[in-house]
Ligand binder design. Structure first.
Ligand SMILES: Nc1ncnc2c1ncn2[C@@H]1O[C@H](COP(=O)(O)OP(=O)(O)O)[C@@H](O)[C@H]1O
Ligand SMILES: [Mg+2]
Length: 241
């Protein structure tokens, strides 16, 4: 019974709506989106281009507040409509890790330094940051690439480094927006498996926006957006697709 208590959710959104522009230029990009993600659950968010997926993800990520509705992270109300209920900057750094389509690694820092710098920004000593960065690289299967510059890495390896960087501060939430869009099928699948591993082993709530239907079996739950409306897909819908 108490298994479903509020704090078992890493992420909860309640009726979040986003309207861009005003009056005759109004675009309702997302309407009443509700999602609940448990700790240790990995969710895929599907939907055509323009359906509102990035709008949803940036609202959950506390980057682009909704016009109305609530965003609750780790049981704590973070946004009530556009109103911040916490210091968003520090809350975000502490609780949320992001991965984007492009890895956005700093080109003149080595792979390990790219992760290390994220830890140092949060006040970790260089020595400890380096130790933990190497440990994370090992965990994500790219330890042998520590001293390479990003340009010497494959797309899949770069995304693994980006996942390591997202994990730098032990976030309870990981948000990824089309992280495999630039990868071939095999490395795309490996990166998706990594998100699943991270959710299950680190007890994080993970949402991955994706167009890629080939790796959907790694996800616990599938949601879909269409014209700004979100719904959870049932097993039946999935098996008939
Ligand atoms: N900053 C913005 N200003 C106005 N309209 C926007 C803005 N960002 C997104 N939109 C519109 O909101 C809708 C949803 O966009 P988006 O969330 O980026 O969709 P997706 O990520 O699914 O492709 C689209 O119609 C898009 O044109
Ligand atoms: Mg998008």
């Amino acid at each position: 019974m108490s298994n479903d208590s509020k704090t078992d959710y890493a992420i909860e959104t309640t009726n979040i709506t986003k309207i861009y522009g005003s009056d005759n230029t109004e675009v309702v990009a997302m309407r009443d989106a509700c999602m609940q993600v448990k700790k240790g659950e990995v969710v895929a968010l599907l939907g055509p281009s323009g359906s509102g997926k990035s709008t949803f993800l940036t609202a959950v990520g506390l980057i682009n507040p909704p016009t109305s509705g609530q965003v609750i992270i780790g049981g704590k109300l973070a946004l009530d409509g556009p109103v911040a209920k916490t210091n968003l900057r520090s809350f975000r750094r502490k609780h949320i890790g992001f991965v984007f389509q492009k890895s956005n690694l700093i080109p003149f820092l080595s792979a390990v330094e790219n992760i290390q710098v994220a830890m140092e920004l949060s006040g970790e000593s260089s020595r400890e940051a380096r130790r933990r960065s190497l440990e994370l690289m090992d965990y994500l299967g790219v330890a042998d690439r520590a001293d390479n510059l990003p340009m010497a890495l494959s797309g899949g390896q770069q995304q693994r480094i980006a996942v390591a960087r997202a994990l730098a501060n032990h976030p309870s939430v990981i948000l990824a927006d089309e992280p495999t869009a630039a990868l071939d099928g095999v490395s795309g699948r490996q990166v998706m498996e990594l998100f699943s591993k991270v959710a299950h082993e680190q007890d994080a709530g993970v949402i991955v926006v994706t167009h890629d239907h080939r790796a959907l079996d790694v996800f616990d739950t599938i949601y879909e957006m269409e014209d700004g409306l979100m719904h959870r897909k049932s097993d039946h819908e999935l098996s008939t697709n």
